[in-house]
Design a binder for this molecule. Structure first.
Ligand code: G6Q
Length: 554
């Protein structure tokens, strides 16, 4: 589908966008009492209002026709059927199987995967039980109440986001830390906080070859051995989450202490697998099961709801509309819940690693824009930082506002204030403030004409900034599961429309290879190195500069 932009459905949307250029969104609301009802969907404990986008019924019809032209339904069926839709890696994409009902049977390449998933979940449940009851003990006989999850990318961002999001569900007395960066300061700071006798290290790596994770894992093991643990105690304090049994064994982790997953689970789609062990340990396995159940509800909805009432499909089509026809090059994720502070970072990977692609399935360069730049911060913090650009910048930035109607931690009128800000922002972004409104306001403040002329242009808000609002009753394991699955499927649908493979990530390889080449050129502290010559002038110059500093400072 590289040629989606030459289809009549695409052309119809271009014509729609041209027609709507001079129609302010506020006019679309005027005299259309049904707009909110027509442009909202409820599913899996979530409510989506997409009416604050520059949409008309005609646009929605054309977007749905585009989804049909791109064969969204066919590709969705192929994903659920376990076909190798990740063609460049020749892999199925079956994270939905990780949260399947006990009666579901998923398979790929003629092989049932559901039994293996259930067996691994059972193993995780048993392990969580033994840790929580203090049966699985550390080397000195103490219960393990602290977890350090060592992983990066997909083996870090998902569990870290979910553990933070579910803070009200943490089991008393338990702590979880996440170490990802190869910068030794990250691990060192965490090791300062933990007691070797009571700490379980989870080495989370699908491949078990990732430089950052292996470096951190080896340093953590060395620290453990230097701080009271013996070689024979490693099995009591180190477990692995991986698909690579041999590498896990070579690291010295007992096969019994390895929780496996499979190559049909993409890293950034893996928090539902063994990679979620840190979540289950921190909030209890029953809550991890609720997280899976929430995602399963969204899977069911995605699989069965007609396209026009399908939340992930509509969210994706709106993103396509804003990206390709309204000209939004960036998309903000704005959760109005402090516990969702890591959601923007998590979705940044999920979305940008999946849809930051420029080549279609047939290998040719696509003729249209694909994934936008994603960023975000929790509200209301972002309001005092980057919202200025959202309201009055020269670029259109679309945004998702996400909020629970009821806080898990009600405190005075904090939540009412939070929600009023959430609503005010989406209203302001949609309506804006016209010059006439600004002038009227300034004259009521008794400003002179000269003052009004000087100030008015600065106080105009163009409006027409597209937003989606996603509500839930409370942020809890089920709704979090549904929310994450919503975005997973949304990203998939966008990729289908854009004709790209959302499940590979070749773009991260080049830098990794070059870093391996450069590593031996970096001086150890105090070491004299020959001048670097193998690279471009900038890279050579920087290596030489760094080495000169390190030689003197060593
Ligand atoms: C995710 C990516 C990537 C991956 C990390 C860690 O989809 O593939 O972020 O998760 O590079 O990889 P390992 O789990 O193999 O260490």
């Amino acid at each position: 589908m590289t040629g989606i932009s030459s289809t009549p459905q695409w052309k119809a949307l271009e014509a729609d966008a041209a027609k709507l250029t001079r129609v302010p969104m506020r006019d679309l609301f005027e005299g259309d009492a049904g707009r909110f009802g027509r442009y909202s969907i409820e599913a899996a404990g979530l409510f989506l209002d997409y009416s604050k986008n520059k949409l008309t019924d005609e646009v929605v019809d054309h977007l749905l026709a585009l989804a049909v032209a791109a064969d969204v339904e066919g590709r969705r069926a192929a994903m659920f059927a376990g076909e190798a839709i990740n063609a460049t890696e020749d892999r199925a994409v079956l994270h939905v199987a990780l949260r399947a009902a006990a009666t579901d049977a998923y398979s790929t390449a003629g092989e049932d995967v559901s039994a293996a998933v259930r067996a691994e979940l059972k193993k995780m449940k048993g392990f969580c039980g033994r840790i929580h009851q203090g049966v699985f003990k550390g080397y000195s006989g103490k219960a393990l109440d602290t977890v350090v999850n060592i992983g990066i990318g997909g083996s870090d961002l998902g569990p870290q986001m979910a553990v933070a999001a579910l803070q009200p569900f943490w089991l008393g007395g338990r702590r979880t830390f996440f170490v990802s960066n190869v910068d030794g300061q990250h691990l060192a700071a965490v090791l300062d906080e933990v007691d070797p006798e009571r700490t379980l290290f989870i080495i989370a790596s699908k491949t078990f070859t990732t430089q950052e994770t292996m470096t951190n894992a080896k340093s953590a093991r060395a620290w453990f051995l230097e701080n009271g643990g013996g070689e024979g105690d490693i099995a009591k304090h180190f477990v692995a989450l991986s698909t690579n049994t041999e590498a896990v064994a070579a690291f010295g982790i007992d096969k019994e202490n390895m929780f496996q997953f499979w190559n049909w689970v993409g890293g950034r789609y893996s928090l539902w697998s063994a990679i979620g062990l840190s979540i289950a340990l921190q909030v209890g396995f029953h809550n991890f099961e609720k997280l899976l159940a929430g995602a399963r509800r969204m899977d069911e909805h995605f699989k069965t709801a007609p396209l026009a009432q399908n939340m992930p499909v509509m969210l994706a089509l709106i993103c396509v509309w804003n990206r390709n026809f309204i000209g939004a090059s960036a998309h903000a994720i704005l959760p109005y819940d402090q516990h969702l502070a890591r959601l923007p970072a998590y979705l940044q990977q999920a979305d940008m690693e999946s849809n930051g692609k420029r080549v279609g399935a047939d290998g040719s360069v696509v003729a249209h824009a694909t994934g936008p730049v994603l960023f975000g911060e929790p509200g209301t913090n972002g309001q005092h930082a980057f919202y200025q650009l959202l309201h009055q910048g020269t670029d259109i930035v679309s945004a998702d506002f996400i909020a629970p109607a009821i806080s898990q931690r009600a405190l005075g009128d904090h939540h009412e204030k939070l929600l009023s800000n959430f609503l005010a922002q989406t209203e302001a972004l949609m309506r804006g403030k016209t010059e006439a409104e600004v002038r009227d306001e300034l004259s009521r403040e008794s400003k002179t004409n000269a003052e009004i002329n000087a100030l008015a242009p600065h106080k105009v808000f163009p409006g027409d900034r597209p937003t989606n609002s996603i509500l839930m009753e409370r942020l809890e394991p089920e709704t979090l599961g549904g929310l994450i699955a919503l975005y997973e499927h949304k990203i998939f649908v966008e990729g289908v429309v854009w004709g790209i493979n959302s499940f590979d990530q070749w773009g991260v390889e080049l830098g990794k290879v070059l870093a391996r080449e450069i590593l031996p050129e970096i001086a150890a502290a105090g070491e004299e190195k020959p001048q670097a010559k193998a690279h471009d002038a900038s890279t050579n110059g920087l290596i030489n500069k760094i080495n000169a500093i390190r030689r003197k400072g060593g």
